[in-house]
Write a protein that binds this ligand. Structure first.
Ligand code: FCB
Length: 455
């Protein structure tokens, strides 16, 4: 079903179709108006960390081009925008002095969205931790959670009257495991103990952030964005099935269980609990406050098998081979049914509020030819995955909206500018934006919806 009108007919009228970005990936202007360095400024300037030493200094220059970019969203026909706020613009040292000029930027941005009739979905933390906080240990320090709470309060006091929804964190899996255990993202640590500290303090910061939101802007629906992994056992063997359950606990459960059940998963705690930081009285209550919504970021399944190595560290799994031979240019398996089984599985395990797909999309790196970008494989990816969301609605799951990742090509973290996820192509030499074939298709679909209300 490629006709966007036929696909649109499968969604309720108040469904929300939006586009997503994140501050460090698009803004540039990293030294402007009082902003100081974040961990990604430092990390991307360390040799060998990011593809060809790319960094966010200029990115899509969105800090200077935001009005044209909002016009672009409007012209595409999209009525919701998910963006993140840069902590290092607001409190440049993480603690201490507040930089009002940093808040002014997001004030203008949100007004600009309202002027254009576009709903504003803000994320408070999309990985740009103020570098100065690394002096205290970054996310491995409990004090960072309280610094985050203060930052959240400041942002919500200024913007809360105009936001349609807010998320505390984007993908804590990345800022915890990928950043502190696997060493791929800033700050690039490879240390289980540091990662376990980052885990609990990130969860705590989420809870303290929800507190902050409820104190200063209780009318704004508060949520959390998780990149839940669609874990699929590599075979039907008991060993692989047990491996899949361990993988669920390690990759999903350590975030879902505290937030939605008020505890850490049992097997995970048996294996690694003695290396966790002290869980203070009241922490789990703070973390498990009821949320108004949650966001799911989904791209690709995670296939796992048992790791037979003697003494392998929890979760003791290895990768199992992909089932589909279709892969995007970043090498991720394309397999839409895993989105369906993931949502089913999570609603089975947990009592979850309404769900937004806060990111979904595909990396294809084709460029502009004769003024056009023919990215049919990306269009196909969107068509199939949005079709799955329609199926889920048909089955009664509370899916309220869908945000495409991403509005435009941008700084793809450790992959630099090489990997392109945009509906809009960006020429980084000239900053020219060209709406791709997929962007035109998605805009036609999105324009058939005015956007729903959460509150
Ligand atoms: C997600 C991130 C987002 C983007 C996409 C491709 O993990 O949240 O910033 O990099 O992947």
């Amino acid at each position: 079903m490629t006709d966007p009108k036929l696909l649109a007919a499968r969604f309720p009228k108040d469904f929300l179709f939006g586009v997503a970005t994140a501050a460090y990936q698009i803004e540039g202007a990293t030294k402007a108006d009082g902003r100081k360095a974040c961990i990604w400024d430092a990390f991307s300037n360390m040799p060998g960390r990011v593809y060809q030493g790319h960094n966010g200094d200029v990115a899509c220059d969105h800090y200077n081009r935001w009005e044209a970019d909002l016009d672009l969203i409007k012209d595409m026909g999209v009525s919701a925008y998910r963006f993140s706020i840069a902590w290092p613009r607001i409190i440049p040292d993480g603690t201490g002095r507040v930089n009002e000029t940093g808040l002014d930027f997001y004030d203008k941005l949100v007004d600009g969205l309202k002027d254009r009739g576009i709903k504003a979905y803000a994320t408070l933390y999309h990985w740009d931790l103020p570098l100065a906080l690394m002096g205290d240990g970054g996310w491995a320090a409990r004090s960072t959670a309280y610094a985050f709470q203060r930052y959240a309060k400041l942002v919500m006091a200024r913007l809360g009257d105009r936001l349609d929804a807010v998320a505390t964190f984007n993908e804590p899996w990345c800022s915890v495991w990928l950043s502190h255990l696997y060493g791929i993202h800033a700050p690039g640590e490879r240390n289980m103990d540091a990662a376990l500290h980052a885990l609990h303090y990130t969860n705590l910061a989420h809870g303290l952030g929800v507190d902050a939101i409820r104190q200063v802007a209780p009318q704004v629906p508060a949520g959390l964005v998780l990149n839940a992994h669609s874990v699929i056992a590599g075979s039907d063997s008991a060993a692989d099935k047990a491996a899949a359950e361990r993988a669920h606990q390690f990759h999903n459960g350590v975030f879902f269980d505290p937030v939605f059940k008020g505890e850490y998963p049992a097997e995970f705690m048996e294996a690694l609990g003695d290396r966790m930081p002290k869980i203070e009285d009241g922490d789990m209550e703070i973390i498990s406050q009821k949320l108004d919504w949650w966001g799911l970021n989904y791209y690709t399944p995670m296939r796992v098998a048992n790791d037979p190595t003697e003494g392998a560290e929890f979760p003791a799994t290895v990768s199992a081979p992909p089932v589909s031979d279709v892969k995007t240019d970043i090498g991720w398996e394309v397999y839409a049914p895993a989105l369906k089984s993931l949502v089913e599985n999570l609603y089975d395990r947990y009592t979850l509020p309404v769900c937004y797909i806060t990111e979904n999309g595909a990396c294809y790196n084709m460029g502009v030819e004769d003024g056009e970008v023919d990215d049919q494989p990306r269009l196909d990816y969107y068509k199939d995955h949005i079709g799955i969301v329609a199926d889920l609605i048909g089955d009664g799951f509370p899916m309220k909206g869908y945000f495409a990742w991403s509005l435009m090509d941008n700084f793809e973290w450790a992959e630099g500018y090489k990997m392109r996820f945009g509906l809009v192509h960006v020429d980084y030499d000239t900053q020219t934006r060209t709406v791709k074939k997929s962007g035109k298709w998605y805009g036609t679909l999105a324009s058939l919806f005015g956007g729903g209300n959460l509150g």
